[in-house]
Design a protein around this ligand. Sequence first.
Ligand code: NAD
Length: 275
Amino acid sequence: MAVLIDGKAISSQIKDELKAYVAEKGLSDKLCLAVVLVGSDPASQVYVNNKKKACEYVGIGSKSFELPETTGEEELLSLIDRLNGDDSITGILVQLPLPLQIREDVVIRRIAPEKDVDGFHPMNVGRLSIGEKGFVSCTPAGVIELLKRSRIPVEGKECVVIGRSNIVGKPMAMLLLRENGTVTVAHSRTKDLREVCKRADIVVVAIGKPKFINREYIKEGATVIDVGIHRMENGKLCGDVDFADVESVAGAITPVPGGVGPMTIAMLMSNCVYS
Ligand code: NAD
């Protein structure tokens, strides 16, 4: 039976460390995250509320800016300009997805790289690629933290990342490379995904398809990190991995919920505090 990697406990530990650091360094009044939400997508509202609550817990400020669904791109860009120029705002987060009339890439590029706590700006993505210090996308950063705090070494290991999105798959691959893993990125055009996956000591799954990965993809004893998150018809959450099936073959595995999900917010707080 696989060891369960408890993202809930590890994320709480990280938030407690950040809270202590903020108090010790007297950063409470110096740090403030601006959270921008356009429209009223219920899932986005939940994410935004959780981010605000996390700021409160850690002891830093947050300001929310809620704009109607019909907001134009120029209007959003001028809000970002204002936040970029406001010294009391140290981090800016624009909740994605945005309504169709607004181009996400244009918005992401407008956020000042030194306030881009999501780590999506091309400047920060570039810094990650060349090994310079900068903000790193929170979900893949959370996966690295899960591995480190669970004492699962990456150096020299075969790592397979399934998915090549800009916010998860690609930065995940760069981070595993930075930890000296031997990294393969698999995606929708990969031939024989099962064979590629089966050679991995560490598999990070970010496909966006519920319970896609079963035991046939997993080498005995491998570490399986499930980034996926889906709501099933019965209202419960599941990941991209068929947990019940994979659990008996993996060496360690993250559950959904309670695995990677809570780590994303913890790493966002880490980006805000160490900005
Ligand atoms: P995405 O849709 O942008 O990317 C999915 C990737 O999977 C693509 O690169 C695609 O090539 C690959 N893929 C699709 N079908 C495949 C197949 N059959 N075989 C191999 N590869 C395939 O998704 P994303 O934004 O990277 O998110 C992935 C999952 O992670 C989603 O379920 C999302 O909800 C979840 N997610 C969770 C968090 C969190 O905080 N836990 C954060 C971001 C995303």
